[in-house]
Each structure stands twice: as structure tokens, then as C-alpha cells.
Ligand binder design. Structure first.
Ligand code: GLN
Length: 571
């Protein structure tokens, strides 16, 4: 049998972050898949946290959770969505993990007698992690994205490890891609290449000559710009690609295909294309992505959460909505609602916040701030029959709203917000109560969920079992379950042993479902998530009812949202 020799593509960023390096990485993965190659992706993050699990969403955006319970960078979400492939903890490497392991090995005595140094001990371990994933997964190509930008002090060990791998692997075994911005100067109407030139110079000073440059630009770049970059960065001009800012991230694979990135990669790495798997051709992707801009229907959804100032905190929720909208040929318009602004709101204020949406999502979150506002939103959605989808904390808040509204438990709460409540409908399980460490101690990763016969959840999934990803400590308190069920809030999904409530749904409501897990993490562009799809169907039905019966007009099923909002608008 021929020896398995994976190829490596290293993607670094220059000048500033947020240029689209993660999307370019994910897109290239998809493009190679479209040529029948097997691919996986790994992110190397230079920070010293072991994982982003304990970081504030304001620092880091969303924490993306894999099936095996790793808390990772949100770029892993892009990789999973673009590749339609589930990744594992091995795809997320941080300098925190590398440092912790080097120290552990040193304490164990593995390096007996040696002085522990960045080179070779840290760099060897980085190479071990990179090659380990490529070999273990057996892929044709491993794409490795380095977080941050070239020149950052923390990233140097990663770049040195990459330099060494480029030296050790055959010439056609690796490819280095550098992603930078081109700045547009309005005063002179020019695109400036100098920052990219400097960044490439820094990269070369680390011993890495890029093979390809991808430059993101807000304005069309003339051939003279790419020629200039080619000359000063020592990269052939066909390997300098400018990538104009797209309307949707999902257009990027097709743009890079057109720019010639796939062919260039195949020829540099001496890879032979194979027929793509069904649905994986670039035409399939382009067709799907093209549908996003061809839609006429608009679907207005509110997202009421505490981190809405930073949209990246709910990245997967936004993407899952786009996927479900695409499947129903509807464009999603999101209204971001700051939940802690509603912590002391009365009903008309909540009505006003929800006045111009046809459905609302309460996403995940931690800590007390914003909880009352979110419970208020859930209660309003319950009373006024507005489509509601609760994601983790959003499910917990829906349960609390129901207890206050329908069980007359005025002080019902989660012990996360009120440890003294006499009705802890959301509480910690015994094994979580004993914990003293914050990092990595939540219920994390994939758990099977048993769906109850004849429930809405079962109908949406079209199955008796769902495998979904968790990231939380608090749970539905089983002591209250019978009372809830008698009043119409059903545990339509539970753990296999029936002990934990994983999905709650309100029976006599157009759509009110909350999941203890995060369904948004499993939604894929061409395979949207059943809970999101069910929600969007209900939102579209709501908006069509509203259109037929504008505010103030008599309607057979008046949308309370609109009538009440109308009253508020009238003062
Ligand atoms: N803070 C809640 C818990 O830990 C919800 C977590 C979440 O929404 N991911 O249970």
C-alpha cells in the first residue's frame, strides 16, 4: 500500500485581523472538496488561554463547541459549515494548550537533563499536533490557519514550526498563503499595497516565503495592483488574488474559484482532482449561494440577548437563520434587541421592542444581566402567541416565563440569577454544585436526545433521536416537571434515561420551543436545522397573517404583537 503523505496548506494573516482569513480558509477547504479531495482544517490560536471557554464574548465572539465537547474559536464554525463536516478538539490548538503540555512533560521528566526552550520543545509539539491530525484523519490535505497577524509576538512559535515543516516536507508538500487587506484612500482614489509589502517582508524574515497572496479589498483592484504586489512580494502574478468584499460570505468560494485558487493549489501541491461527491461540486455551492440574493420574501426576526453589541457573539445563530431562510427562499432581516435594556421594562416597552419582528429568538448567555429582559420577552411571546425559539438560556428563560405566567409562581427563577428563589425551576444538578474550577466544567459536547412521540419536536426532526451539542451548567429542575406538563409545557426531548429535559415546547402556541442544547451549531448551508426551519415557517406564517391584516384592521386571528404595538405607537 502506498504511504499516506498528506499535503499541508498554511494560511497566515497580515496587517490587521478581520480581513476574512477564516472564510478564505473554509472556502479553500470547500473548493478542494469540490475536486474530490478529502480535507480537514486546523486552527492555531496564539493566545495563552487553554481554550476560549472562559473568555468573555466581548473578547472573543462566540465559543464554538464541537461534538467531542471542545470549546473553540468561531472559525471552526465556518470550517464546519463550509465543509459540512464535524470537527474535533484536534482542530483547535492554542498556545495555552501547547505551553501546558510542555510544562506537564517537563514535570513528568520527559525532557530529563534538557533546558526547555521554544525551539525545539514548543515547536516540536506544535508540529506533532499538526502532523498528528493530518495522519490520524487520513486526509489528502490539511489546511492550517494561524490566528492573529504576522508580527505578533505570541504567534512566533507557530510560524517557526511552519517554517520547519516547509523545510522538512517535500517542496510540493506544502503551500503558504498570506491574507492581507488592500487599503483604499478616498482622497486619491488609490488602493495601497504597502502594508501588504511590509507584512510579507515580516513573514519572510521568519523564513516563510508565501506562495499565494490573497488581498481583500473594498474597491475593484486593477491588474497593475496585483502586478505590483507580485513584483515586490516575489510571488508570481497569477498567485496574487484580490478578493472584493462580498455581500455574503457564502459567495467567497465561488470568487476564489474564479480567481484560480483551486487550480493553482492543485498544481503547486501536485494533487490530482477526482470527481466530487454528490452535492459537493462548485456549481452546487454557487447555485445555493446565488439563491440567497434571489429571494423576495423577507423574514423579520428579533434576537434578544445580552451581547448583541458584538454580533459575532451569536454568529452561528445568524448563520443558522440564513440557512433556514435560504431553504424557504426568504431573506432574513435581524433586529438585534439588547436584553438588559429590558430588564426593568413593562409590557408596552417589550411590545415596542418586538413591534417590527414576526418572531423572536432568545440565544445563549451567562450571568444575571439581561435575564429579566429575556424572561419578559419570552412571557410576551407566550401571551401574544409570537413564534419563539429559545437556545439554551433562551429555553431556561422560556421555562421561567411559563412558570410565572401559567403556574402562578411569581418568583420562579434560575438559581443562576437568584440563588435564594423559593421556586428554582432552573437549577444546578448535584454534580455541578461541587465544582470549583470554571474552565471546561460545563455539560459540553454532543448528547443524544430522545424525542417524544407526537411532539412538535419529533415531527420537525422526523426522527426519534437527535444528537445535539451542549454548553451549560444549569438544567430544568425535574421536581417541577409534572406541574409544567399539566399546564401545557411539554418536555418533548429528554436525555436517553428521561432524567434531563433537553427540549421544552408549549402545546397551545403557534411555535414556542426551547432547547437546552445549541441547535445553531449543527446547521449547515445546504442542510438547515429542523428547529430553525420550523421556527422560520412559523415566522413566515405570522408575517403573512400580519400582511393580510395590517395593524388596526380586523383579523380572524389578530396578531397581538401588531395590535399591541399599534397601541403603543398611538401612545
Ligand atoms: N448560563 C446558562 C447555563 O449555564 C445557560 C448557558 C448557555 O446559554 N449556553 O446553564
Amino acid at each position: 500500500m502506498a504511504e499516506h503523505r498528506p499535503k499541508y496548506i498554511f494560511i497566515t494573516g497580515g496587517v490587521i485581523s478581520s480581513v476574512g482569513k477564516g472564510i478564505a480558509t473554509a472556502s479553500l477547504g470547500r473548493l478542494l472538496q469540490s475536486r474530490g479531495l478529502s480535507v480537514t482544517v486546523q486552527k492555531l490560536d496564539p493566545y495563552l488561554n487553554v481554550d476560549p471557554g472562559t473568555m468573555s464574548p466581548y473578547q472573543h465572539g462566540e465559543v464554538y463547541v464541537t461534538d467531542d465537547g471542545a470549546e473553540t474559536d468561531l472559525d471552526l464554525g465556518h470550517y464546519e459549515r463550509f465543509l459540512d463536516q464535524d470537527l474535533t478538539a484536534a482542530s483547535s490548538v492554542t498556545m495555552g494548550q501547547i505551553s501546558a503540555e510542555v510544562i506537564e512533560r517537563e514535570r513528568r521528566g520527559d525532557y530529563l537533563g534538557g533546558t526547555i526552550q521554544t525551539v525545539p520543545h514548543v515547536t516540536d509539539l506544535i508540529k506533532e499536533r499538526v502532523r498528528g491530525l493530518a495522519e490520524h484523519s487520513g486526509v489528502d490535505v490539511l489546511i492550517v490557519e494561524v490566528g492573529g497577524t504576522v508580527g505578533d509576538i505570541e504567534g512566533q512559535a507557530f510560524l517557526e514550526a511552519i517554517r520547519q515543516m516547509r523545510y522538512e516536507e517535500p517542496r510540493e508538500g506544502t503551500l503558504a498563503i498570506h491574507v492581507t487587506p488592500l487599503f483604499y484612500l478616498a482622497a486619491t482614489g488609490e488602493l495601497k499595497t504597502k502594508p501588504t509589502q511590509h507584512s510579507v517582508r515580516t513573514l519572510r524574515s521568519m523564513g516563510i516565503q508565501p506562495d499565494v497572496i490573497i488581498s481583500r479589498t473594498d474597491a475593484p483592484a486593477e491588474r497593475s495592483i496585483t502586478n505590483k504586489l507580485a513584483l515586490f512580494c516575489d510571488v508570481p502574478s497569477e498567485a496574487v488574488m484580490t478578493l472584493e468584499t462580498a455581500d455574503s460570505i457564502y459567495q467567497v468560494p465561488s470568487m476564489l474559484e474564479q480567481a484560480g485558487l483551486t487550480e493553482l493549489t492543485l498544481s503547486r501541491l501536485q494533487l490530482t482532482a477526482r470527481p466530487s461527491a454528490p452535492g459537493r461540486s462548485i456549481d452546487d455551492w454557487t447555485e445555493w449561494a446565488g439563491g440567497l440574493s434571489r429571494t423576495e420574501r423577507v423574514c423579520r426576526v428579533g434576537i434578544a440577548g445580552k451581547y448583541v453589541e458584538l454580533r459575532d457573539a451569536y454568529l452561528s445563530v445568524k448563520e443558522a437563520l440564513i440557512h433556514a431562510g435560504a431553504q424557504r427562499a426568504a431573506r432574513i432581516e435581524i433586529k438585534w434587541i439588547q436584553s438588559d435594556d429590558l430588564d426593568h421594562a413593562d409590557q408596552p416597552q417589550i411590545a415596542a421592542a418586538l413591534a417590527d419582528v414576526d418572531g423572536v429568538i432568545v440565544p445563549g448567555g451567562f450571568g444575571e444581566r439581561g435575564i429579566e429582559g429575556e424572561i419578559g420577552v419570552a412571557r410576551f411571546a407566550l401571551e401574544q402567541r409570537i413564534p419563539y425559539l429559545g437556545l439554551c438560556r433562551g429555553m431556561q428563560n422560556m421555562v421561567i416565563a411559563f412558570a410565572r405566567d401559567r403556574l402562578q409562581l411569581a418568583d420562579a427563577n434560575t438559581t443562576e440569577a437568584d440563588p435564594q428563589t423559593s421556586n428554582p425551576v432552573i437549577a444546578l444538578l448535584d454534580d455541578q454544585r461541587e465544582l470549583t474550577q470554571l474552565g471546561g466544567t460545563m455539560r459540553l459536547g454532543m448528547y443524544p436526545c430522545q424525542l417524544q412521540p407526537e411532539s412538535r419536536a419529533q415531527a420537525l426532526y422526523g426522527s426519534d433521536i437527535a444528537n445535539e451539542r451542549h454548553r451549560h451548567r444549569w438544567e430544568f429542575n425535574p421536581r417541577y416537571r409534572d406541574r409544567f406538563e399539566d399546564a401545557g409545557l411539554v418536555a418533548s426531548g429528554t436525555s436517553r434515561d428521561g432524567a434531563l429535559v433537553e427540549i421544552a415546547e408549549v402545546g397551545d402556541h403557534p411555535f414556542m420551543i426551547g432547547s437546552q442544547f445549541h441547535p445553531e451549531l449543527k446547521s449547515r448551508p445546504q442542510r438547515s436545522h429542523p428547529l430553525f426551519l420550523g421556527f422560520i415557517d412559523s415566522v413566515l406564517a405570522e408575517s403573512e397573517t400580519a400582511l393580510r391584516h395590517p395593524v388596526g384592521a380586523a383579523a380572524p386571528r389578530p396578531s397581538a404583537l401588531h395590535t399591541l404595538a399599534g397601541r403603543v405607537a398611538e401612545g
